[in-house]
Design a protein around this ligand. Sequence first.
Ligand SMILES: Cc1ncc(COP(=O)(O)O)c(C=O)c1O
Length: 388
Amino acid sequence: MQLDDLSLFDRITERRATGSLKWARYENRDILPMWVADMDFPSPAPILDAIRHRLDHGVLGYSVATPDVSEAVLKYLLEQHSVRADASWLTWLPGMVPALALCAAISGDSGDSGDAVMTCTPVYPPFLKAHRDAGRELITVPLAIDDSGRHTFDFDAMEHAVTPRTRLLILCSPHNPVGRVWSRSELEGIAAFCERHDLLLCSDEIHCDLLLEPDAAPHTTALRLPDALHRRLIVLMAASKTYNVAGLGLAFAIIPDASLRRRFQAAKNTFVAETNPLSFAATAAAYNHCEPWRLALTRYLRGNRDRLAAFLAERCPLVRMPHIEATYLAWLDVRSLGLEHPAAHFEAHGLALNNGADFGAPGFVRLNFGCPRLTLEEGLSRFATALP
Ligand SMILES: Cc1ncc(COP(=O)(O)O)c(C=O)c1O
């Protein structure tokens, strides 16, 4: 595939009646799903070939990562993120969401101890639930908006909200839903905050390869922050969002500190199921063979983002959208439209968006533009029709 050939992403793949979470909810209704975060593109050919090859073996018993999968991840970490990791740092998981709960579970005293988990809102909804099973409190601190209209951390508010019982900060980096790629200095502020208050830092970096402006807004993994952070650091990554294989269920935690890793793995072995063999094959193929596809994808997504921004500026200037530096998710401030239930309103007009209230921000909706341009145009036309 040529890097300049983006027509691959223009093709429409019918997803109805395939058991797609995104499409099944509205199967028999004329509602276009632009909600849950997967893309309407087939995964790259090398991934599909690797899965077929693994399948041809025929035996699909309980699986562990073969050395080639770990090597693919270590090479990826070095080449894409300038991190020299050791294979022992990796812990495989059937998804990121269970890992968030594991971080909460190992981050303080057992039972209902009053220990707390902090995160910054708006944020991916499972961040707001990760504390529950571990019996933790939840402290949320709204992100601030700086003079240039960008979301950033409100360190004063975080200092104000943190308590002596706060044990864990869950960070979304890059951020879903506001689309920020945090700068190194913002992340250094987070690292210093965690040091000051003796917090574990869980950095969810699932969107770190979906950079729409890699030169202007490059991703800094928390693993590249000063080594002193390592003793309190759990980084979560996956090939799932970038290569659209979320349905296969595979993520990995990178934990440099051996004792923290042992605690995490002990909790994992108690609570979390094994990962599946096809997802290992897919992850190795993604990191070994799919970089040209990723580069083409992010160019295509950048085009979708720009089309969406132009549409809003022209057709509905009252709807505000922060500049999206990463992800295929747009965070729309529709408060000026005066809708009581914005997501339900758009749904009634044939467009399924995520409800901002689930992210801790009523009055907002999230739109998924990880789709062919024609599908996006259909969504925009429905959006325009829904405007009061
Ligand atoms: C920030 C973030 N973390 C985790 C996930 C889900 O990860 P998984 O499917 O591996 O549980 C998503 C999915 O949208 C996400 O946006």
